[in-house]
Write a protein that binds this ligand. Structure first.
Ligand SMILES: [Zn+2]
Ligand SMILES: [Zn+2]
Length: 176
């Protein structure tokens, strides 16, 4: 049976990654494993921005995809960007096999607030489900509670559910 494979990109909190593995495995009803060693994303660093180009990371992740890959999800604590945007929470190949998600800006500390691991874990799950949804050919959804709703700030993530609305779920099941 094919597996959801989680690939750490740079140093990642091991407990958070293991929690995410279990949560995604239950959510998508697919076995999930964590690959090692982590991908070193130094090649994707933009020296001036001090951010990592998510599209370059996605391109480099392709070599990890094998016959046993259901989907490949890169997980990073590093700050990601694409050239036209200040930052991105993640990026995915629409209908492809790979996606990457960052929890850099999902951490309360980023906003000068006290650490909250439960909140961080929930935000990361929502965003991981969102990016994996794109690999299942889902586009953005108008239902603000749906995991496929667009989010440009953490406040938007916090009102989302970690699941798909009925319409998105039906479309996702067609794609699998
Ligand atoms: Zn999206
Ligand atoms: Zn939806």
């Amino acid at each position: 049976m094919k597996k959801l494979q989680l690939l750490p990109v740079g140093p990642v909190d091991a407990r958070l990654l293991e929690w995410l593995r279990q949560a995604l495995s239950e959510k998508f009803r697919v076995p999930a494993e964590i690959l090692s060693p982590a991908l070193d994303p130094a090649f994707a660093l933009h020296a001036e921005r001090q951010q990592y180009h998510s599209s370059e990371i996605l391109a480099s992740m392709q070599r990890y995809i094998t016959g046993s890959t259901w989907r490949l999800l890169g997980v990073t604590q590093l700050d990601l960007y694409i050239p036209i945007l200040t930052f991105v929470f993640g990026e995915a190949q629409l209908g492809g096999s790979a996606a990457v998600v960052s929890y850099h800006r999902l951490q309360q500390e980023f906003y000068g607030l006290p650490e909250d691991m439960d909140l961080l874990a929930n935000r990361l799950l929502v965003e991981a489900v969102h990016e994996l949804g794109h690999t299942l050919r889902l586009t953005h959804c108008h239902d603000y509670r749906c995991a496929m709703a667009p989010s440009h700030a953490v406040e938007w993530i916090d009102i989302k559910d970690s699941g798909f609305c009925e319409d998105c779920l039906a479309r996702a099941l067609e794609a699998v």
